[in-house]
Design a protein around this ligand. Structure first.
Ligand code: SF4
Length: 721
């Protein structure tokens, strides 16, 4: 049986050989087709629901992948309604087979949509039409989102003692409020569900942590919020998580040879927003270590030494000796890190002669690649190991189980930091497959230097630990293919999968116009006059489309320059200008929608995951092609690796990643069948370079023009006229 999507499904690659549609029952297929019809079960729950053959097709593809096993890559164009297209077959399959599926997303917004709207709807449909029983589901967050009752009791005890001496400070007042909420028993321990904000520094002393969890031996185990939620998952058919949590689950699976798992057993995983997977899995294998990590550990050690029973058990003067030794260690680490980055940490000269002799390469202000071993004073690692032994010796005292656990956990943390520094010091990752660097982070007046290590590729890790183990993985996104090919994502993730492109139901040739102005020739994106050119174009565009636009940049500096040049002149015309950084992303978006004729200038976070249907967003301007930053240690090391493998890094990585990002940016424009508008890309390389044509072929089939004036006809008249 063949399913064909019509309309603009021009890129439909169909099914690959060996991916049979015939093995599932006709009843199930009929149910799925009916559910997505204009008078089907979904239409009765969504006012104005429109039947989309693309949505039906995707639902069948997902069903077949689950029923038969094997992996599937499915790119679903904007407007397909892909979340329902995978949730309905997934939920049906779980209930029918009594199995569990993990649904993993990149963004919180999508998680909220799934759990708050889409899954309840699917559960209702299955109950009403199929009598398949109750679908259980949950959103599961990382353990640091949940309160640890054991840590809470310890911290609150200390707080109460302090309150007897001092007037309550702001955070302590919040702890008192927290105490009331905990006593009432109505709170589930999730930080985001508190009616007030608790500072990160406070929460880090209260939240559940794997290396400080007593698990089965914990006196609070029965009421533990994290473990209660974890236990509830055992009864769930669908569990929604984010990619980072799933990546942590996989890492733990690998580290413990499958003995310890964050998530309960599951037969399949659906990865939505799957274009982020490679970055998230790489992050999960990346680590950093710096002064603040040791400072926190040092504070915890001193706090323990000052508290009973240790304050009574430790020999006289021992606590002071520990404090002084820890301070010495912190000073040494601080000096070492400062020496790695003297200019930025101490405000010294960037052109200092000292820098020339350092065994690393300067990546500008913030990152320095570590290329040679023994950059860090070895005595730091030795001291950390000594501390671990000193603290372990405290277990000789007569302690309760909980105190003994705390001592061992603290000793292990000293060893863990020693291991990380040693790893970076010896550059002892797996051959050439890791990169090391130091990094400066500026937070207000505070400056922190951390040491970092990251793998260069994650494909073999995923192939060995995930794709070869999991019966079925479904990866979906609006941007997985380049030029109708999945080669890039398959190579990056080393996944062997069936593939399909389900085109958008939108009528792009009639709904959208793509303009790459011909007058950008000679205004190369890297030339000093480029920002001025962008500013002039933005002024012209604001006039042509009466505000109502997103102007998206790839660098903060360009955003600042262009917004400074244009702001007053655009506002004089009566169009409000909103600039990222001036308020939260959510507040900016709300304001943009509310004003209806605003110009919003934004960075990375507005290129995707933003949904503004209607005429408020009639034009999307992309200032520059979003190529990855070349002078980054990870990018540089990956380039070297690929060149050594005989690959061209530009074709192998930079071009596909840029194309996918551009598709995401383009995707902000048309969000419904009634939307109309224009995308303007000001980067001349799209029409002057050969690779520009490759990129253009991957974008939605909008009408193409090089005349900026044409966009005036492509956008709707204000007020919907
Ligand atoms: S079981 Fe672990 S997370 Fe839960 S309260 Fe005890 S120590 Fe905290």
């Amino acid at each position: 049986m063949q399913y064909s999507a019509t309309n603009n499904d021009r890129e439909d690659s169909g099914l690959k050989e060996g991916f049979s549609l015939t093995h599932t029952s006709e009843d199930t297929r009929r149910f799925l087709i009916d559910a997505f019809q204009s008078r089907g079960s979904i239409s009765s729950l969504i006012p104005g629901f429109e039947e989309r053959p693309q949505q039906q097709k995707m639902a069948l593809l997902v069903w077949d992948s689950l029923a038969k096993g094997g992996h599937l890559l499915v790119e679903a164009g904007t407007g397909v309604g892909k979340s329902l297209a995978y949730l309905l077959p997934a939920a049906y399959w779980c209930l029918t087979n009594k199995k569990r599926i993990i649904v993993s997303t990149h963004t919180v917004n999508l998680q909220q949509q799934l759990v708050g709207k889409d899954i309840p709807m699917v559960a209702q449909i299955l109950e009403d039409t199929q009598g398949r029983g109750t679908l259980n589901y949950a959103l599961f967050k990382g353990r640091s989102h949940y309160l640890c009752l054991r840590k809470w009791n310890r911290v609150y005890e200390d707080t109460l003692k302090n309150l007897q001496l001092f007037e309550a400070k702001e955070e302590e007042k919040k702890l008192q409020r927290l105490s009331t909420i905990i006593d009432e028993g109505a709170w589930n321990g999730d930080r985001e569900e508190l009616p007030f904000h608790v500072a990160d520094s406070t929460w880090s002393n209260l939240c559940s942590e794997s290396d400080r969890c007593m698990s089965a031996k914990c006196p609070f185990r029965e009421t533990c919020h994290y473990h209660k939620q974890r236990k509830y998952l055992e009864s769930c058919h669908l569990i929604v998580v984010n990619h980072a949590l799933f990546a942590a689950h996989l890492r733990l699976y690998q580290d413990t040879a499958g003995k310890t798992l964050l998530l309960p057993g599951h037969e399949a995983v659906i990865f939505d927003e799957a274009h982020h997977l490679e970055g998230v899995f790489r992050d999960s294998l990346t680590f950093d270590v710096g002064y603040n990590h040791l400072k926190r550990l040092s504070d915890d050690a001193l706090r323990m030494a000052s508290r009973e029973p240790f304050s009574k058990l430790l020999p006289g003067g021992e606590r002071e000796r520990i404090e002084s030794a820890l301070q010495h260690l912190l000073d040494l680490l601080h000096k070492t890190l400062a020496n790695l980055d003297p200019g930025v940490l101490y405000g010294g000269s960037k052109s200092s002669g000292r820098r020339q002799t350092r065994p690393y390469i300067n990546f500008g202000r913030d990152k320095y690649r570590l290329r040679e071993p023994q950059t860090i004073d070895e005595s730091i690692v030795e001291s950390l190991r000594n501390f671990s032994e000193v603290i372990t010796a405290w277990t000789d005292f007569d302690l309760s189980d909980e105190e003994r656990f705390e001592v061992n956990a603290l000793a292990r943390r000293f060893l863990a930091i020693a291991g990380k520094i040693e790893n970076i010091n010896t550059l002892e990752g797996d051959g050439d497959s890791f990169v090391y660097w130091s990094e400066l982070e500026k937070r207000g007046r505070q400056r922190q230097v951390t040491l970092n290590s990251s793998p260069l590729e994650v494909g073999s890790y995923l192939r060995e630990n995930l794709w070869s183990v999991l019966p079925s993985a479904i990866l979906t996104s609006a941007t997985l293919s380049t030029g109708s090919s999945f080669e890039y994502i398959k190579r990056l993730l080393e996944i062997d999968a069936a593939e399909a492109i389900v085109g958008s139901p939108f009528d792009y040739p009639n709904q959208a116009c793509l303009c790459v102005p011909a007058d950008n020739r000679g205004k190369e994106p890297n030339s000093p006059i480029f920002d001025d050119y962008v500013a002039e174009a933005v002024l012209q565009i604001a006039d042509l489309v009466q505000g109502r636009s997103f102007i998206l940049f790839t660098s903060k500096k360009a955003l600042e320059t262009v917004s400074q040049i244009t702001r007053d002149r655009i506002e004089e015309k009566g169009y409000p200008v909103l600039v990222q950084g001036e308020m939260s992303r959510e507040a900016l978006l709300a304001e943009f929608k509310n004003r209806g004729n605003a110009v919003l200038m934004g960075l990375d976070s507005f290129w995707e995951g933003v949904d503004v249907p209607g005429e408020a967003l009639s034009c999307v301007v992309l200032a520059k092609l979003p190529f990855p930053v070349p002078n980054d240690p990870v990018m540089q090391a990956r380039d070297e690796l690929w060149k050594a493998q005989g690959l061209n890094p530009f074709a192998h990585y930079s071009l596909p990643v840029t194309t996918l990002k551009l598709k995401q940016g383009f995707g902000r424009l048309i969000r419904s069948k009634t939307d109309r508008g224009a995308v303007v890309i000001l980067d001349s390389r799209l029409i002057t370079k050969a690779y520009g044509r490759t990129i253009l072929r991957s974008l939605p089939p909008a009408r193409f023009t090089t005349d900026l004036d044409d966009i005036a006809q492509a956008v709707p008249q204000p007020g919907g006229a």
